[in-house]
Design a protein around this ligand. Structure first.
Ligand SMILES: NC(=O)c1ccc[n+]([C@@H]2O[C@H](COP(=O)([O-])OP(=O)(O)OC[C@H]3O[C@@H](n4cnc5c(N)ncnc54)[C@H](OP(=O)(O)O)[C@@H]3O)[C@@H](O)[C@H]2O)c1
Length: 345
């Protein structure tokens, strides 16, 4: 089979295309024939030696996310059968089995069935972004631990960076769950994407006084912030947060440290909740997978330009260029076409 492999950390030049034997699933594992692999920032960060890539040795295939068809199952696996269309998450976490190859083997818990009519493109776009968004939306004091239609009814959610991949998923899931969704973006083009994703109020943080616009739209404040850039947005978040509001931080874009006005936060019983998908735990992952599946079946998580998330496609042999595009901050979802499998895209 064709596989993208790297043996040492570094720039995207370390990625090479190789012929490899098709791997066999051990007990509890599933072999998936990959149709579409997806690239997230974590993939290039790990490849370059940051994040979970630090200290890893041996040949590895990149990319956590993907979608395809179950091809074989190991002993004891009953959750899926060969022929099932599926999406994958954390494929390359603590194992060298990412999705940038024709077949990959992952533990059965990381393989989720695609609802009927949901495309491989959608499936490959779930993993890291949607699961991160799900966790961020379910850590609010007094808020729901699960998402479903109506679960966030009456709540206002602020999504920082609504044109990003995680931001896009957060808008869609919050909208599906009935929240009023406010989001910040840096350009008119990104504003159009965030509105297409389902945001009710879109604020250009470069051109508008974001705190003023958000306070006017939500006079009682926002209940939950899904935050990509805490160092840049701490002051804004404090200015718009409701009493007992929570700020869910999933990234350090824009800086590794932040300064908080202590009084402003305790005066409103604010809560900061940090999250990392790799270490969030099995229960959070499995509940996220279940709720995302329900949202997919409801048609609530479309991708593509009309849905606010342009798809940027690469061939498997161009995986290095796909990594570079994500590293350079391209707007949209970077997908890699691995095989043209006989199912709707
Ligand atoms: N903790 C976790 O488990 C976890 C999971 C997924 C992703 N992440 C991390 O989250 C980050 C984003 O991932 P992604 O896939 O969504 O990347 P992405 O598609 O590149 O989106 C990043 C977004 O952040 C926005 N942004 C940056 N600074 C901002 C600010 N000050 N205010 C508002 N928006 C701002 C950018 O928009 P503008 O350029 O318009 O500002 C961009 O739309 C990456 O660092 C990734 O590694 C962490």
């Amino acid at each position: 089979m064709r596989a993208i492999v790297y043996s040492e950390n570094g720039s995207s030049e370390v990625l090479r295309l190789e012929e490899r034997p098709v791997p066999e699933p051990a007990a509890g594992e599933v072999r998936v024939r990959i149709a579409v692999s997806a690239v997230n920032p974590t993939d290039w960060k790990n490849r370059s030696g940051g994040g979970t890539g630090a200290g890893e040795t041996g040949d590895r295939t990149p990319n956590q996310d993907g979608a395809g068809v179950v091809d074989a199952v190991g002993a004891g696996v009953t959750s899926v059968v060969p022929g099932d269309r599926v999406w994958l998450f954390l494929s390359a976490y603590q194992r060298p089995t990412g999705t940038a190859q024709e077949f990959t083997v992952v533990p059965a818990e990381r393989v989720v069935k695609l609802p009927e009519g949901v495309s491989f493109d959608q499936g490959a776009s779930m993993g890291v972004p949607a699961m991160t968004a799900h966790r961020a939306l379910t850590v609010h004091e007094g808020g729901p631990a699960r998402l479903s239609p109506g679960a966030l009814e009456g709540r206002t959610v602020l999504v920082a960076g609504g044109a990003g991949a995680v931001g896009h998923a957060a808008i869609q899931l919050a909208h599906w769950a009935g929240a009023t969704v406010v989001t910040t973006v840096s350009s008119a083009e990104k504003a159009a994407s965030a509105a297409s994703a389902g945001a009710d109020i879109v604020v250009n943080y470069r051109e508008e006084n974001a705190a003023e616009v958000i306070r006017t739209a939500a006079p009682d404040g926002v209940d939950l912030v899904v935050e990509v850039s805490p160092s840049k947005n701490a002051e804004l978040d404090a200015a718009v947060l409701a009493n007992h509001g929570s700020i869910a931080v999933y990234a350090n874009d824009g800086g590794d440290t932040m300064t908080l006005d202590v009084r402003a936060h305790f005066a409103i019983n604010a809560r900061y909740q940090f999250l990392l998908l790799y270490t969030v735990g099995a229960e959070a992952l499995s509940t996220a997978a279940e709720d995302i599946t329900a949202a997919l079946a409801d048609g609530a998580l479309p991708v593509g330009t009309e849905a606010g998330l342009p798809l940027i496609r690469f061939a498997l042999e161009d995986t290095a260029a796909a990594h570079d595009a994500v590293e350079q901050g391209v707007t949209g979802k970077v997908l890699i076409d691995v095989a043209d499998l006989p199912a709707e895209r």
